[in-house]
Design a protein around this ligand. Structure first.
Ligand code: PGA
Length: 256
């Protein structure tokens, strides 16, 4: 079954108002003709208003966010709700990023609750999973990604992954310049799809599994030749319009 790839930019804690406008103007020019690849960007939530305005009148680039809270409103100081994200037209919402798991001690169970909140709100969860370097060296990659997936599968069922996105991001590859090789990534992507297929083949066949971790304009095309790599979640290389555009176009070409 053909899956439409999705390339998403995770801007992390970068930019300001002017940068947001400028980068989006650059992306709109570079990506105007893209048809065969979904594209999304997740600026810091502070700049969703600028991003929404800059993205108006085009339908190639969708808006997203890097995080969301469980609660919809009330006494939750500092948090941001699904309804607020929807108010700005955000659609693809990253949850479970390793930086949130590490710096904010987010657990698998907590992230599964965020997944549920996004499904209830009609938003698309982009669920990040992946092993650390020591887990990788100890041969625990499959056990770790299974545990991270099971937190959602066991509470919400396989159907929750209908229309959702998984981003496999080995922690040792994030921001290090040391991407997984296409073969390494493909092996884990096939395992992830197979893990979901144990519950539902149909859900596994349609779920988008992005690779993330030091994806750039030089290594993207080869990663996308792999059958189970359906696009990428891009950090550093998403902050420059030309590099990000090369990655999007590589996905479009590889999956045509
Ligand atoms: P990177 O980040 O592309 O800078 O490695 C990817 C991510 O953390 O989503």
């Amino acid at each position: 079954m053909a899956r439409r790839p999705l390339v998403m930019g995770n801007w992390k804690l970068n930019g300001n108002k002017a940068f947001t406008k400028e980068l989006i103007e650059g992306l709109k020019k570079e990506l105007a003709d893209v048809k065969g690849c979904g594209v999304a960007i997740a600026p810091p939530v502070m700049y969703l208003a600028e991003a929404e305005v800059a993205l108006a009148g085009q339908d190639v680039i969708a808006l997203g966010s890097q995080n969301v809270d469980l609660n919809v409103s009330g006494a939750f100081t500092g948090d941001i709700s699904t309804e607020m994200l929807k108010d700005f037209g955000a659609k693809y919402i990253i949850i479970g990023h390793s930086e949130r798991r590490t710096y904010h001690k987010e657990s698998d169970e907590f992230i599964a609750k965020k997944f549920a909140a996004l499904k209830t709100a009609g938003l698309v969860p982009v669920l990040c999973i992946g092993e650390t370097e020591s887990e990788n060296e100890a041969g625990q990659t499959e056990a770790v990604v299974s545990r991270q997936l099971d937190a959602v599968l066991d509470t919400l069922g396989a159907e929750a992954f209908n229309g959702a996105v998984i981003a496999y991001e080995p922690v040792w590859a994030i921001g290090t310049g040391k991407s997984a090789t296409p073969a390494q990534a493909q092996a884990v992507h096939a395992f992830i799809r197979g893990h979901i297929a144990k519950k539902s083949q149909a859900v596994a066949d349609q779920v988008i599994i992005q690779y993330g971790g030091s994806v750039n304009d030089a290594n993207a095309a080869e990663l996308f030749t792999q059958p189970d790599i359906d696009g990428a979640l891009v950090g550093g290389a998403s902050l420059k319009a030309p590099a990000f555009a090369v990655i999007v176009k590589a996905a479009e070409k590889a999956k045509a």
